[in-house]
Design a protein around this ligand. Structure first.
Ligand code: ADP
Ligand code: MG
Length: 471
């Protein structure tokens, strides 16, 4: 067993178990739409939570005035302000600051966290200079991007369901995050109303929609993954409230938690899940997002190393460490075009402490990067097509063949953001190829998957404008 053939058989087994034929992908597309229907029908009806965002008024470009944005959801938070000048002036002026969250505040108390945020916001507001001014007689308003799962009851309120991404502030759970922020702002003497509470996906959608009304969906592919899209209010069966004037509402899918028995889960994925901080949760995310791809490759390398001496007779100790191999390492190795795979060799040495790897070993590593990335990107592509199908923009239903007033078929734009999508060209390529293959040439001609960078912060400010109390 401890020979090269066994390495190849482990590789081949992984390839077979993780491969996704076009017919399997089509089944996954359908599973996604089925789960979407179930999640829209009732609370808890699906692993897809399909959360109401209460965003029923996406920005159009007509917004005017001064708005603030606050973006919290990772290791940094951002404060920003925009002066909007309507269709003509658009974004007249914009400023932002990025502030790190001190790690002790991520595990402290709710009050400490929000006091800190409000202090930084107060400093930023003090520096408001020429060219920024609210409309006469109006107070400043703020949009708050808060990228943790929240149960919203209106556009400007929502209770925290759980922390993720290393935050653990137990007295925050169940509290209204807008109220917490508003109270902290009051203590700092910041006179501003929180007009909109959104997550980063919804912020990205709004940021892209401001410039292009064909944007119907946004996907985050970073540390984690999530998606949101514009749904017809009448299709949201579980929604009991008033039908919005626009007739639509943005749904935050929380698609990282999607699951179907059709998904190609291997023993490596099972181990990754059971050793994770949230076993049994975020199954789709664990096959797709930047936090996990590198660790899946590590797990296969570990098995190859243990069972067939891939890296010599001793298993390199680094291979036992969770998350030592990071997704940025994968993308660098995957893009190595040198004949001796020099970059792969360098990363194996620096990230894993494995020196002098022969070329055939480096080739195996690249092959694994390719398989793991291909699987993740294809699943994400199938997810996107599932959403397009649900809203009749996949070219398969009568609705999607409906022509716009100009007589041309409707365009649909999917706005993408996040470090994985932005910095991993092979991931992007597999994703787009999958969307194209699933839609077919004709329908794909009317769909565009586009990077929409850093929309989530400005998107929140734009949503504060489109949901302003002065409108
Ligand atoms: P977040 O998701 O935390 O808001 P980002 O959108 O910036 O932040 O995404 C960061 C994630 O993107 C990282 O955790 C990493 O997984 C992935 N990433 C960053 N750079 C690269 C890269 N060069 N290649 C592949 N993935 C990357
Ligand atoms: Mg982000």
């Amino acid at each position: 067993r401890k020979n090269w053939n066994h390495t190849l058989s482990i590789l081949q087994e992984f390839q077979i178990e993780s491969s996704l034929s076009i017919s399997r992908l089509r089944q996954i597309v359908d599973a996604m739409t089925v789960e979407m229907h179930a999640g829209l029908a009732s609370e808890g009806g699906s692993k897809l939570r399909m959360l109401l965002s209460y965003v029923d008024n996406l920005p159009t470009g007509d917004e005017q005035g001064l708005y603030y944005g606050l973006d919290l959801g990772g290791t940094n938070f951002r404060v920003l302000r925009v002066q909007l000048g309507g269709k003509e002036g658009r974004v007249i002026k914009q400023e932002y600051e990025e502030v790190p969250i001190p790690p002790q505040l991520m595990v402290g108390t709710n009050e400490e966290l929000f006091d800190y945020i409000a202090t930084k916001l107060a400093h930023f507001v003090e520096k408001e200079g020429d060219g920024f001014h609210p409309r006469p007689g109006q107070d400043r308003e703020l949009g708050f991007t808060f990228s943790f799962p929240v149960k919203q009851l209106s556009i400007d309120s929502g209770c925290l369901l759980k922390w993720t991404k290393g935050f653990a502030i137990s007295d925050g759970i169940g509290k209204d995050v807008v109220q917490s922020l508003q109270e902290a702002m009051k203590k700092q003497g910041v006179n501003m109303r929180v007009a909109a509470l959104v997550n980063d996906t919804v912020g990205t959608l709004a940021g892209a929609r401001y410039w292009n009304e064909d944007v119907m969906m946004a996907v985050i592919l970073g540390t984690g993954t999530n998606a949101c899209y514009v749904e017809r209010a009448e299709a949201i069966t579980k929604y009991q409230g008033e039908t919005p004037k626009s007739g639509t509402m943005v749904i935050n899918m929380e698609w990282g938690n999607f699951w179907s028995s059709l998904l190609p889960k291997t023993s490596y994925d099972e181990d990754l899940d059971s050793e994770s901080l949230n076993p049994g949760e975020q199954g789709f995310e664990k096959l797709i997002s930047g936090m996990y791809l590198g660790d899946i490759v590590r797990r296969v390398l570990l098995r190859m190393s243990e069972e067939s001496f891939l890296f010599g007779t001793e298993v390199p100790p680094s291979l036992f460490k969770q998350f030592v191999l990071r997704t940025p390492d994968l993308s660098k190795m995957h893009q190595d075009e040198s004949s001796d795979l020099r970059e792969v060799g360098r990363i194996l040495k620096h990230a894993l402490g494995i020196a002098n790897t022969p070329l055939k070993v480096r080739k195996i590593v690249v092959e694994l990067c390719d398989l793991v990335t291909e699987r993740g990107a294809k699943l994400c592509g199938a997810g996107i097509v599932g959403v397009l199908k649900k809203i009749g923009r996949d070219g398969s239903t009568a609705g999607s063949r409906a022509k716009s007033e100009s007589g041309r078929a409707k365009k649909t734009v999917v706005a993408m953001d996040g470090g994985l999508y932005e910095h991993y060209p092979n991931f992007r390529r597999y994703l787009k190829e999958t969307v194209e293959d699933l839609l077919g040439e004709e329908a794909y001609a009317n769909v565009s998957v586009e990077l929409s960078k850093d929309g989530s912060g400005i998107g929140a400010a734009l949503l504060a404008a489109s949901h302003s109390k002065y409108n």
